[in-house]
Design a binder for this molecule. Structure first.
Ligand code: ADP
Ligand code: MG
Length: 341
């Protein structure tokens, strides 16, 4: 039976706060991969290597050639709510980096064994630091850039570990995250290996080639370039012809200011534009990149930042709908003229 007196209210420890936050920020290995890739891009990397073991649960090791972290800043990089990316609310509202919450590394370090190795361009050698309460930085070796090595994910949170799926399923999610990021940055080379075997390797390229590599020949043989601009909105990419539609919605990549999003409003706008040319059980493939003034979109809606909120969502919906409709209409006009069916 419960005692009548209330339990005292206590301040949670930083470690426990991070572990609770980890449930949202890094709910599975692919979320760790996403956070680390975004950090590498924010650091200006042009070359990123992803090594996974056992679906990422045993190991996620990501190396970049970005600007690195000076040794005196390394403990802060692992601290909660510590970031180099914003310093004020005004900066948050105009954020141009993928990250800004300053909680990914702290969250990951609270549920795994994390080692950070980094070297800035002007440093004589690299430095490294391990663990979630790490404060000692030790000399290390390595080229300029940063390596984050994450071992034994959720080793200390067995309840979460139980929710993980098979190694292949977790690897599949990780590989999809790498593809999403790689599609957004053809100017960066990526390689992905699993259990010691190279799975994907994309050299620096343009979006036409990168999307052909990632979405396959079927898409590259039946796609239309799309481009539109209106006021503060700019859009470009490739959309698949109705003939290249799929039974699954797994070829849909929408980016807002370089960030992959799965946004109901945007998906609806594209879907609606395809309505007349596609059966309800078929899904178009596309790689669409929308750019707008960061002040016109709120990316701080969810910790994973996969949803966004537009200041003028109606205008965005119409813009996307019309751009896709117009692009599809051009081809059906030429197709009908050339070969009426
Ligand atoms: P956020 O990305 O939101 O700032 P993180 O916890 O992901 O928070 O990273 C904390 C800080 O560590 C970053 O702001 C950045 O300064 C530094 N950092 C993390 N990863 C890298 C990297 N790969 N290269 C350079 N700096 C990094
Ligand atoms: Mg980050």
């Amino acid at each position: 039976t419960e005692s009548a007196s209330p339990r005292p209210i206590r301040q949670l420890s930083d470690q426990l706060i991070s572990q609770i936050a980890a449930g949202e920020v890094v709910e599975r290995p692919s979320a760790v991969v996403k956070e680390l890739l975004e950090n590498a891009l924010d650091a200006g990397a042009t070359q990123i290597t992803v090594k996974l073991e056992q679906g990422g649960v045993k190991r996620i090791c990501i190396t970049d050639n970005g600007r690195g972290i000076p040794p005196d800043q390394m403990p802060l990089a692992l601290a909660r709510h510590a970031t180099s990316k914003i310093a004020s609310l005004a900066e948050l509202e105009n954020v141009g980096t993928l990250g800004f919450r300053g909680e990914a590394l702290a969250s990951i370090a609270s549920v795994a064994q994390l080692t950070l190795t980094s070297r800035t361009a002007d440093a004589a050698h690299a430095w490294e630091i391990s663990g979630s309460h790490a404060s000692t930085v030790a000399p290390s070796s390595g080229a300029p850039g940063t390596t984050i090595d994450v071992l034994d994910l959720y080793f200390n949170t067995p309840a979460r570990r139980k929710f993980l799926k098979t190694e292949q399923t977790e690897f599949g999610h990780c590989a999809e995250v790498v593809r999403r990021v790689a599609l957004s940055r053809p100017d960066v080379s990526f390689s992905l290996s699993h259990n010691g075997k190279t799975v994907d390797h994309w050299t620096v390229n343009d979006i036409a080639k990168r999307s052909a590599q990632i979405l396959g020949n079927e898409f590259s043989g039946a796609r239309l370039p799309i481009e539109a601009a209106a006021g503060p909105l700019k859009l470009n990419g490739f959309i698949g012809l109705p003939t290249a539609s799929k039974a699954r919605a797994d070829g849909q990549y929408f980016y807002v200011n370089g960030r992959f999003v799965r946004d109901k409003l945007l998906m609806h706008a594209v879907r609606a534009a395809y309505e007349d040319v596609l059966h309800g059980d078929r899904y178009p493939s596309y790689v669409i990149s929308l750019e707008l003034d960061p002040a016109l979109v709120d990316v701080n809606v969810h910790p994973s930042k996969i949803e966004v909120r537009f200041r003028d969502s109606r205008a965005v919906h119409q813009f996307v709908f019309h751009a896709v409709t117009r692009t599809l209409a051009q081809t059906s006009a030429t197709a009908h003229g050339a070969a009426p069916s």
